[in-house]
Design a binder for this molecule. Sequence first.
Ligand code: GLN
Length: 486
Amino acid sequence: MSDLHNLSVKVLASLLQTKEVSAVEVATRFLARMGGNPHNAFLDIDSEVTLAQAQASDAKLADGTAGPLEGVPVAHKDVFVTRDFATTAGSKILSGYRSPFDATVVQRLRTAGMVTLGKLNCDEFAMGSANENSAYGPVQNPWDTARVPGGSSGGSAAAVAAGLAPAATGTDTGGSIRQPASFCGITGIKPTYGRASRYGMIAYASSLDQAGPMARSAEDCALLLSAMCGADLDRDSTSLDMPSEDFAASLNNSLEGLRIGIPKEFFGEGLAPDVRAAVDGALREYEKLGAKLVPISLPRTELSIPVYYIIAPAEASSNLSRFDGVKFGHRAKDFTDLVDMYKKTRAEGFGNEVKRRIMTGAYVLSHGYYDAYYLQAQKVRRMIADDFQNAFKACDLIAGPVAPSVAWKFGENANDPVADYLADIFTLPASLAGLPGMSVPAGFGSQGMPVGLQLIGNYFKEAQLLNAAHRLQQATDFHLRMPQGI
Ligand code: GLN
């Protein structure tokens, strides 16, 4: 079969179960496509490891012990630690690092039978919106290689969009699953904070970080998400004591009478007309499917930017203190004493954006500024979460754009980090509230670039979000279109 790389996770899983294809055949096909590392999407590939996992899957498929996703390939964002592949989080400070264990999410997808294709490029420590902050070079958008793929899970989005992997993992702290999914025309979901374990996910901002799947369709995301979620109480103190669900089982519910909240703050001046047109088109589809559009307000949307860019750097400055040249990765060669070693290691190992965040974070946490910035930001964070609860009195889920524009060109914002921060405006609110959110392909904007529709649900409403996305995907074919190329 020559078109294996175009097949969905669902179809691949069933062809593998019925032994119409073997796991080795599937893995070999994807490894061939990954040759030469198109779009710089991968940071580590080891075909021996992948093929050994595929052989083990074939053995399980033969003896009846196969998992539900046995033999289906997946690639992991490089912030998930893996025993069999290097893990760098896109940073020089972790170059050559190999973890002694697998992240829970990685382990759970292996238990479901998935075969690991490798590790995916990302912004350094997941800090970024364009994948221009990776120490290992930017990732290209497969729809237009002069444009960014979005970030920080840019490698994940580009790999799925270009057919280098049928699915990938991503992490979302302030939008890093939803925004690159939108920019690359694929589907991604960030579950409720705490539903997927953070164990083995290299921490950026612990109170916001959440893992999720990225794939072409909502149906494929549902299959991965079921395997990824579930309590991990002994290993992640913020893990929810809540079982996973069979998300694929509830994908065909009618949308008749569903109330979709349209926040007016998401459709203001800053929204590019081409994005607005595509999002409006998707909303019309929902009306045809029986949903009702309800105007709502999320009045503190704008404040989510300063709030997030205080809280996230504050947590990052603390989390990243562990990278000091003693236990992990890079250590400076010439130093005079311990403190000098710390300083040189961190100066050499961290990139500019990471340094900027550590400095901002240390500043807002420092004596005298803590109350004015950090504490104040926490209070507004609570108000943002309350605004959502207020909105959910009038609607079942919320829809709007993922980002104000389509993917921008490389270098456009390179000297202006704040321009990237501002582009996070529509993804940050759900992150600060810990709500599940997803990006669903909604059409194409200027120069043929994909546009994503964002769906935000109340806590634990992943099944409802996936169902709504799936129904849209049954009525449209945006998620099935693939960029020209490899
Ligand atoms: N763009 C945001 C940031 O740079 C979000 C990144 C993320 O979700 N990991 O922090």
